[in-house]
Design a protein around this ligand. Structure first.
Ligand SMILES: Cc1cc2nc3c(=O)[nH]c(=O)nc-3n(C[C@H](O)[C@H](O)[C@H](O)COP(=O)(O)OP(=O)(O)OC[C@H]3O[C@@H](n4cnc5c(N)ncnc54)[C@H](O)[C@@H]3O)c2cc1C
Length: 375
Protein backbone atom coordinates (compact mmCIF):
# COMPACT_ATOMS: atom_id res chain seq x y z
CA UNK A 1 0.00 0.00 0.00
CA UNK A 2 1.22 3.51 -0.84
CA UNK A 3 2.61 5.60 2.05
CA UNK A 4 0.61 8.66 0.90
CA UNK A 5 -2.99 9.04 -0.19
CA UNK A 6 -2.93 12.25 -2.27
CA UNK A 7 -0.56 14.15 -4.55
CA UNK A 8 -0.52 17.29 -6.66
CA UNK A 9 1.58 17.15 -9.83
CA UNK A 10 2.66 20.52 -11.26
CA UNK A 11 3.45 20.26 -14.99
CA UNK A 12 1.81 17.81 -17.36
CA UNK A 13 4.58 16.91 -19.80
CA UNK A 14 6.87 13.86 -19.94
CA UNK A 15 7.76 13.78 -16.24
CA UNK A 16 4.52 15.10 -14.75
CA UNK A 17 1.86 13.22 -16.73
CA UNK A 18 3.75 9.95 -16.27
CA UNK A 19 4.36 10.55 -12.56
CA UNK A 20 0.60 11.05 -12.28
CA UNK A 21 0.07 7.65 -13.94
CA UNK A 22 2.71 5.97 -11.75
CA UNK A 23 1.21 7.36 -8.52
CA UNK A 24 -2.39 6.70 -9.52
CA UNK A 25 -1.44 3.09 -10.30
CA UNK A 26 -0.39 2.81 -6.63
CA UNK A 27 -3.82 4.01 -5.48
CA UNK A 28 -2.81 7.63 -4.83
CA UNK A 29 -5.46 10.29 -5.58
CA UNK A 30 -3.76 12.66 -8.02
CA UNK A 31 -4.55 16.19 -9.21
CA UNK A 32 -2.43 17.64 -12.03
CA UNK A 33 -2.16 21.25 -13.18
CA UNK A 34 -0.51 22.27 -16.45
CA UNK A 35 -0.02 25.84 -17.64
CA UNK A 36 -0.24 25.12 -21.37
CA UNK A 37 -3.64 24.48 -22.98
CA UNK A 38 -2.11 22.40 -25.80
CA UNK A 39 1.03 20.24 -25.82
CA UNK A 40 3.67 21.57 -28.23
CA UNK A 41 6.96 20.27 -29.47
CA UNK A 42 8.66 18.00 -31.93
CA UNK A 43 9.71 14.36 -31.64
CA UNK A 44 11.30 12.35 -28.85
CA UNK A 45 13.00 8.96 -28.93
CA UNK A 46 12.81 6.66 -25.92
CA UNK A 47 15.41 3.90 -25.92
CA UNK A 48 16.91 1.31 -23.58
CA UNK A 49 15.43 1.16 -20.08
CA UNK A 50 13.48 4.37 -20.78
CA UNK A 51 11.43 2.44 -23.34
CA UNK A 52 10.76 -0.21 -20.67
CA UNK A 53 9.21 2.39 -18.37
CA UNK A 54 6.36 2.64 -20.89
CA UNK A 55 5.61 -1.03 -20.26
CA UNK A 56 5.47 -0.41 -16.52
CA UNK A 57 3.25 2.64 -17.08
CA UNK A 58 0.88 0.50 -19.17
CA UNK A 59 1.17 2.64 -22.33
CA UNK A 60 3.90 0.87 -24.33
CA UNK A 61 1.62 -0.75 -26.94
CA UNK A 62 -0.28 2.46 -27.59
CA UNK A 63 2.91 4.51 -27.92
CA UNK A 64 4.42 1.81 -30.16
CA UNK A 65 1.36 1.97 -32.42
CA UNK A 66 1.66 5.74 -32.88
CA UNK A 67 5.45 6.05 -33.20
CA UNK A 68 8.41 4.79 -35.18
CA UNK A 69 9.93 1.72 -33.48
CA UNK A 70 13.63 0.90 -33.72
CA UNK A 71 14.95 -2.56 -32.93
CA UNK A 72 16.49 -2.72 -29.44
CA UNK A 73 19.91 -3.55 -30.90
CA UNK A 74 19.78 -0.94 -33.67
CA UNK A 75 22.85 1.24 -33.95
CA UNK A 76 22.75 4.76 -32.66
CA UNK A 77 22.39 6.99 -35.70
CA UNK A 78 25.17 6.85 -38.28
CA UNK A 79 27.18 9.97 -39.18
CA UNK A 80 27.84 11.23 -42.73
CA UNK A 81 29.77 14.16 -44.12
CA UNK A 82 28.03 17.00 -45.96
CA UNK A 83 28.21 15.10 -49.27
CA UNK A 84 26.57 12.00 -47.81
CA UNK A 85 29.71 9.85 -47.34
CA UNK A 86 29.47 7.59 -44.25
CA UNK A 87 32.00 8.68 -41.60
CA UNK A 88 30.96 6.46 -38.69
CA UNK A 89 28.27 3.85 -38.09
CA UNK A 90 27.67 5.14 -34.54
CA UNK A 91 27.94 3.11 -31.33
CA UNK A 92 25.62 0.17 -30.70
CA UNK A 93 23.14 0.70 -27.92
CA UNK A 94 23.24 -2.08 -25.31
CA UNK A 95 20.54 -4.69 -25.39
CA UNK A 96 19.51 -7.58 -23.16
CA UNK A 97 17.21 -10.60 -23.46
CA UNK A 98 13.60 -9.45 -23.61
CA UNK A 99 14.51 -5.81 -24.35
CA UNK A 100 11.65 -3.91 -26.00
CA UNK A 101 11.91 -1.76 -29.15
CA UNK A 102 13.08 1.81 -28.79
CA UNK A 103 10.37 4.20 -30.02
CA UNK A 104 10.44 7.67 -31.57
CA UNK A 105 7.17 9.48 -31.08
CA UNK A 106 5.68 12.90 -31.87
CA UNK A 107 5.56 14.67 -28.51
CA UNK A 108 1.94 15.96 -28.73
CA UNK A 109 0.75 12.44 -29.67
CA UNK A 110 2.74 10.90 -26.82
CA UNK A 111 1.30 13.40 -24.35
CA UNK A 112 -2.24 12.70 -25.57
CA UNK A 113 -1.71 8.96 -24.97
CA UNK A 114 -0.29 9.61 -21.49
CA UNK A 115 -3.06 12.06 -20.55
CA UNK A 116 -5.78 9.62 -21.63
CA UNK A 117 -4.13 6.87 -19.54
CA UNK A 118 -3.88 9.20 -16.52
CA UNK A 119 -7.54 10.14 -16.81
CA UNK A 120 -8.57 6.46 -17.04
CA UNK A 121 -6.82 6.00 -13.69
CA UNK A 122 -8.84 8.86 -12.18
CA UNK A 123 -6.22 11.64 -12.36
CA UNK A 124 -7.90 15.06 -12.38
CA UNK A 125 -6.17 17.17 -15.05
CA UNK A 126 -6.63 20.97 -15.21
CA UNK A 127 -5.09 22.81 -18.16
CA UNK A 128 -4.25 26.52 -18.21
CA UNK A 129 -3.98 26.40 -14.40
CA UNK A 130 -1.09 26.58 -11.98
CA UNK A 131 -0.54 27.20 -8.30
CA UNK A 132 -0.41 30.64 -6.76
CA UNK A 133 1.02 29.71 -3.36
CA UNK A 134 2.46 26.60 -1.71
CA UNK A 135 2.71 26.04 2.03
CA UNK A 136 5.07 23.07 2.50
CA UNK A 137 3.81 22.12 5.99
CA UNK A 138 4.71 19.26 8.31
CA UNK A 139 1.41 17.43 7.82
CA UNK A 140 0.37 18.52 4.31
CA UNK A 141 1.15 20.84 1.39
CA UNK A 142 -1.54 23.53 1.26
CA UNK A 143 -1.97 25.02 -2.22
CA UNK A 144 -3.93 27.89 -3.73
CA UNK A 145 -4.52 27.79 -7.48
CA UNK A 146 -4.91 30.44 -10.19
CA UNK A 147 -8.47 29.23 -10.91
CA UNK A 148 -9.52 30.08 -7.34
CA UNK A 149 -9.49 26.50 -6.00
CA UNK A 150 -7.53 25.43 -2.94
CA UNK A 151 -6.18 21.99 -2.04
CA UNK A 152 -4.26 20.02 0.55
CA UNK A 153 -1.97 17.13 -0.44
CA UNK A 154 0.44 14.64 1.13
CA UNK A 155 2.98 15.29 -1.65
CA UNK A 156 3.64 17.92 -4.32
CA UNK A 157 5.55 16.65 -7.37
CA UNK A 158 7.11 19.57 -9.29
CA UNK A 159 7.60 18.58 -12.94
CA UNK A 160 7.61 22.13 -14.28
CA UNK A 161 10.64 21.88 -16.55
CA UNK A 162 14.07 23.51 -16.74
CA UNK A 163 12.67 26.95 -15.87
CA UNK A 164 10.92 25.48 -12.78
CA UNK A 165 9.30 28.14 -10.61
CA UNK A 166 8.99 25.54 -7.85
CA UNK A 167 12.76 24.93 -7.83
CA UNK A 168 13.29 28.64 -7.13
CA UNK A 169 10.72 28.59 -4.30
CA UNK A 170 11.87 25.39 -2.59
CA UNK A 171 15.62 25.70 -3.25
CA UNK A 172 16.35 29.45 -3.51
CA UNK A 173 20.12 28.74 -3.57
CA UNK A 174 19.89 26.15 -6.34
CA UNK A 175 22.29 26.61 -9.26
CA UNK A 176 20.84 28.33 -12.32
CA UNK A 177 20.79 26.56 -15.72
CA UNK A 178 24.06 26.91 -17.65
CA UNK A 179 24.50 27.38 -21.39
CA UNK A 180 26.22 24.48 -23.17
CA UNK A 181 27.62 26.49 -26.12
CA UNK A 182 25.26 25.10 -28.77
CA UNK A 183 21.88 25.83 -30.33
CA UNK A 184 19.29 23.24 -31.32
CA UNK A 185 16.86 23.89 -34.17
CA UNK A 186 14.08 21.37 -34.86
CA UNK A 187 11.76 21.16 -37.82
CA UNK A 188 8.85 18.82 -38.55
CA UNK A 189 9.19 18.58 -42.35
CA UNK A 190 6.02 17.61 -44.20
CA UNK A 191 5.92 14.63 -46.53
CA UNK A 192 6.96 11.00 -46.88
CA UNK A 193 10.00 9.19 -45.51
CA UNK A 194 13.43 9.96 -46.96
CA UNK A 195 16.13 7.30 -47.50
CA UNK A 196 19.44 7.67 -45.66
CA UNK A 197 18.41 8.35 -42.05
CA UNK A 198 21.24 9.50 -39.78
CA UNK A 199 23.29 12.62 -39.07
CA UNK A 200 24.97 14.84 -41.69
CA UNK A 201 27.82 17.14 -40.67
CA UNK A 202 29.18 20.31 -42.29
CA UNK A 203 31.33 23.19 -40.99
CA UNK A 204 28.06 25.03 -40.12
CA UNK A 205 26.67 22.25 -37.87
CA UNK A 206 24.93 18.88 -38.01
CA UNK A 207 21.46 17.79 -38.96
CA UNK A 208 19.66 14.46 -38.70
CA UNK A 209 16.24 13.11 -39.59
CA UNK A 210 13.82 10.22 -39.24
CA UNK A 211 10.25 9.58 -40.32
CA UNK A 212 7.16 9.65 -38.08
CA UNK A 213 3.92 7.87 -39.05
CA UNK A 214 1.94 11.14 -38.76
CA UNK A 215 3.30 11.87 -42.29
CA UNK A 216 6.28 14.02 -41.39
CA UNK A 217 10.04 13.85 -41.09
CA UNK A 218 11.59 15.00 -37.82
CA UNK A 219 14.70 17.10 -38.45
CA UNK A 220 16.80 18.00 -35.39
CA UNK A 221 19.98 20.03 -35.81
CA UNK A 222 22.83 21.27 -33.63
CA UNK A 223 24.90 24.40 -34.30
CA UNK A 224 27.79 25.78 -32.23
CA UNK A 225 27.03 29.16 -30.62
CA UNK A 226 29.98 30.08 -28.36
CA UNK A 227 28.13 32.89 -26.55
CA UNK A 228 24.48 32.82 -25.49
CA UNK A 229 22.43 35.37 -27.44
CA UNK A 230 18.76 36.00 -27.97
CA UNK A 231 17.58 34.85 -31.43
CA UNK A 232 14.52 36.08 -33.29
CA UNK A 233 12.47 33.70 -35.47
CA UNK A 234 14.20 35.27 -38.47
CA UNK A 235 17.65 34.61 -36.98
CA UNK A 236 16.72 30.94 -36.36
CA UNK A 237 15.42 30.63 -39.89
CA UNK A 238 18.51 32.08 -41.52
CA UNK A 239 20.85 29.87 -39.43
CA UNK A 240 18.83 26.80 -40.43
CA UNK A 241 18.83 27.74 -44.12
CA UNK A 242 22.60 28.26 -43.95
CA UNK A 243 22.91 24.76 -42.46
CA UNK A 244 20.74 23.18 -45.17
CA UNK A 245 22.68 25.03 -47.87
CA UNK A 246 26.00 23.85 -46.48
CA UNK A 247 25.25 20.23 -47.47
CA UNK A 248 24.98 18.51 -50.83
CA UNK A 249 24.03 15.03 -49.54
CA UNK A 250 20.94 13.89 -51.53
CA UNK A 251 18.69 13.42 -48.44
CA UNK A 252 19.48 16.97 -47.29
CA UNK A 253 18.78 18.28 -50.78
CA UNK A 254 15.38 16.57 -50.57
CA UNK A 255 14.74 18.26 -47.20
CA UNK A 256 15.83 21.61 -48.66
CA UNK A 257 13.23 21.20 -51.43
CA UNK A 258 10.50 20.81 -48.75
CA UNK A 259 11.56 23.91 -46.82
CA UNK A 260 9.40 26.95 -47.53
CA UNK A 261 8.06 30.13 -45.93
CA UNK A 262 5.55 28.09 -43.84
CA UNK A 263 8.21 25.95 -42.14
CA UNK A 264 7.88 26.24 -38.36
CA UNK A 265 11.20 25.94 -36.55
CA UNK A 266 11.86 25.46 -32.84
CA UNK A 267 15.16 27.10 -31.90
CA UNK A 268 16.46 26.62 -28.38
CA UNK A 269 19.90 26.97 -26.76
CA UNK A 270 21.20 23.84 -25.07
CA UNK A 271 21.02 24.69 -21.36
CA UNK A 272 21.71 22.24 -18.59
CA UNK A 273 21.28 21.94 -14.83
CA UNK A 274 21.88 19.28 -12.21
CA UNK A 275 20.26 20.06 -8.87
CA UNK A 276 22.40 18.60 -6.06
CA UNK A 277 21.02 15.67 -4.04
CA UNK A 278 18.35 15.84 -2.53
CA UNK A 279 15.69 17.04 -4.94
CA UNK A 280 13.10 17.14 -2.18
CA UNK A 281 12.37 19.26 0.84
CA UNK A 282 9.59 18.30 3.24
CA UNK A 283 6.64 17.26 1.09
CA UNK A 284 7.81 18.73 -2.24
CA UNK A 285 9.92 16.74 -4.72
CA UNK A 286 11.31 17.89 -8.08
CA UNK A 287 11.55 15.48 -11.00
CA UNK A 288 12.44 15.57 -14.71
CA UNK A 289 13.99 18.71 -16.21
CA UNK A 290 13.03 20.70 -13.11
CA UNK A 291 15.77 18.75 -11.26
CA UNK A 292 18.11 17.76 -14.12
CA UNK A 293 18.02 19.02 -17.67
CA UNK A 294 20.60 18.53 -20.35
CA UNK A 295 21.34 18.76 -24.06
CA UNK A 296 20.04 16.20 -26.53
CA UNK A 297 23.45 14.59 -27.22
CA UNK A 298 22.33 11.30 -25.65
CA UNK A 299 18.61 11.72 -26.41
CA UNK A 300 17.96 10.66 -22.83
CA UNK A 301 16.50 13.68 -20.99
CA UNK A 302 12.92 12.56 -21.53
CA UNK A 303 13.91 8.98 -20.76
CA UNK A 304 15.33 10.09 -17.40
CA UNK A 305 12.07 11.98 -16.74
CA UNK A 306 10.12 8.77 -17.42
CA UNK A 307 12.42 6.77 -15.14
CA UNK A 308 11.96 9.40 -12.39
CA UNK A 309 8.19 9.00 -12.71
CA UNK A 310 8.27 5.21 -12.46
CA UNK A 311 10.82 5.08 -9.63
CA UNK A 312 8.84 7.68 -7.66
CA UNK A 313 5.73 5.50 -7.95
CA UNK A 314 7.67 2.41 -6.86
CA UNK A 315 9.30 4.24 -3.93
CA UNK A 316 5.94 5.54 -2.70
CA UNK A 317 4.53 2.01 -2.94
CA UNK A 318 7.44 0.27 -1.18
CA UNK A 319 8.28 2.61 1.73
CA UNK A 320 6.50 2.89 5.06
CA UNK A 321 6.77 6.68 5.24
CA UNK A 322 7.14 9.60 2.83
CA UNK A 323 10.65 10.60 4.04
CA UNK A 324 11.79 7.00 3.50
CA UNK A 325 10.20 6.93 0.06
CA UNK A 326 11.86 10.17 -1.05
CA UNK A 327 15.26 9.08 0.32
CA UNK A 328 14.92 5.77 -1.56
CA UNK A 329 13.93 7.66 -4.72
CA UNK A 330 17.07 9.83 -4.53
CA UNK A 331 19.24 6.78 -3.84
CA UNK A 332 18.09 5.23 -7.12
CA UNK A 333 18.07 8.36 -9.27
CA UNK A 334 20.97 10.70 -8.56
CA UNK A 335 24.03 8.88 -9.94
CA UNK A 336 22.18 7.62 -13.01
CA UNK A 337 20.89 11.07 -13.93
CA UNK A 338 24.29 12.66 -13.16
CA UNK A 339 25.85 10.31 -15.70
CA UNK A 340 23.41 11.47 -18.39
CA UNK A 341 23.82 15.19 -17.61
CA UNK A 342 27.62 15.08 -17.39
CA UNK A 343 28.07 12.85 -20.44
CA UNK A 344 25.77 15.03 -22.55
CA UNK A 345 27.61 18.20 -21.54
CA UNK A 346 30.96 16.51 -22.28
CA UNK A 347 29.74 15.31 -25.69
CA UNK A 348 28.73 18.88 -26.55
CA UNK A 349 32.16 20.16 -25.54
CA UNK A 350 33.98 17.49 -27.57
CA UNK A 351 31.89 18.48 -30.56
CA UNK A 352 32.77 22.16 -30.12
CA UNK A 353 36.47 21.21 -29.81
CA UNK A 354 36.15 19.25 -33.10
CA UNK A 355 37.31 16.03 -31.39
CA UNK A 356 37.35 12.94 -33.65
CA UNK A 357 33.93 11.18 -33.80
CA UNK A 358 35.60 8.06 -32.31
CA UNK A 359 36.11 9.95 -29.02
CA UNK A 360 32.40 10.86 -28.82
CA UNK A 361 31.44 7.30 -29.79
CA UNK A 362 33.63 5.79 -27.02
CA UNK A 363 32.09 8.10 -24.40
CA UNK A 364 28.56 7.37 -25.61
CA UNK A 365 29.15 3.62 -25.67
CA UNK A 366 30.37 3.64 -22.04
CA UNK A 367 27.41 5.73 -20.88
CA UNK A 368 24.85 3.64 -22.80
CA UNK A 369 26.31 0.46 -21.28
CA UNK A 370 25.92 1.88 -17.75
CA UNK A 371 22.34 2.95 -18.50
CA UNK A 372 21.57 -0.56 -19.72
CA UNK A 373 21.55 -1.57 -16.04
CA UNK A 374 18.02 -1.59 -14.53
CA UNK A 375 16.93 1.76 -13.06
C1 LIG B 1 16.41 19.49 -29.05
C2 LIG B 1 16.02 18.50 -27.99
C3 LIG B 1 15.81 17.18 -28.34
C4 LIG B 1 15.49 16.22 -27.36
N1 LIG B 1 15.34 14.92 -27.75
C5 LIG B 1 15.08 13.99 -26.80
C6 LIG B 1 14.91 12.63 -27.15
O1 LIG B 1 14.98 12.24 -28.32
N2 LIG B 1 14.66 11.73 -26.17
C7 LIG B 1 14.57 12.11 -24.87
O2 LIG B 1 14.35 11.26 -24.01
N3 LIG B 1 14.71 13.41 -24.50
C8 LIG B 1 14.97 14.35 -25.42
N4 LIG B 1 15.08 15.67 -25.05
C9 LIG B 1 14.90 16.06 -23.64
C10 LIG B 1 13.43 16.16 -23.28
O3 LIG B 1 12.75 17.01 -24.18
C11 LIG B 1 13.26 16.68 -21.85
O4 LIG B 1 14.15 16.04 -21.00
C12 LIG B 1 11.82 16.43 -21.38
O5 LIG B 1 10.93 17.21 -22.14
C13 LIG B 1 11.68 16.76 -19.90
O6 LIG B 1 10.33 16.58 -19.55
P1 LIG B 1 9.72 17.36 -18.30
O7 LIG B 1 8.32 16.91 -18.20
O8 LIG B 1 10.61 17.23 -17.13
O9 LIG B 1 9.79 18.90 -18.70
P2 LIG B 1 9.07 19.67 -19.90
O10 LIG B 1 8.87 18.79 -21.06
O11 LIG B 1 9.83 20.94 -20.08
O12 LIG B 1 7.63 20.01 -19.30
C14 LIG B 1 7.40 20.92 -18.27
C15 LIG B 1 5.90 21.19 -18.26
O13 LIG B 1 5.55 21.98 -17.14
C16 LIG B 1 4.66 22.99 -17.55
N5 LIG B 1 4.83 24.09 -16.59
C17 LIG B 1 5.88 24.94 -16.46
N6 LIG B 1 5.69 25.75 -15.40
C18 LIG B 1 4.48 25.41 -14.86
C19 LIG B 1 3.74 25.88 -13.76
N7 LIG B 1 4.20 26.87 -12.96
N8 LIG B 1 2.55 25.30 -13.50
C20 LIG B 1 2.05 24.30 -14.27
N9 LIG B 1 2.73 23.81 -15.33
C21 LIG B 1 3.93 24.36 -15.62
C22 LIG B 1 5.08 23.34 -18.97
O14 LIG B 1 4.03 23.95 -19.69
C23 LIG B 1 5.43 21.96 -19.50
O15 LIG B 1 4.33 21.29 -20.06
C24 LIG B 1 15.37 16.63 -26.02
C25 LIG B 1 15.56 17.97 -25.67
C26 LIG B 1 15.88 18.90 -26.64
C27 LIG B 1 16.08 20.35 -26.24
Amino acid sequence: MACISSALVVGGSIAGMNAAIALARQGVRVDLVELAEQPLGASLAFSGRAAETLVELGIYDEVHATGTPFGPDSTAVSIHDSTGRLISAGPKRPTWPGAVDAIAVYRPVFLDVAEAAAKRLGVRVRKGVTYETIDNGADAVAVTFTDGETGSYDLLVAADGIGSRTRGLIFPDAPKPKFGGQLSIRWMAPGPAIEGEGWYVSPVGRLGFYYLPQGMVYVPSVIDMPEWRWLSDEDVRSIFVELLDSMTAPPVAELRSRFDANAQLIGRPFDWILLPDPWFSGRVVLIGDAAHATSAHMGMGGGMALEDAVVLGQSIADAATLPEALAAFMGRRFERVKLVVETSVRLGRLEQEKAPPSENAALLTRAFAALGEPY
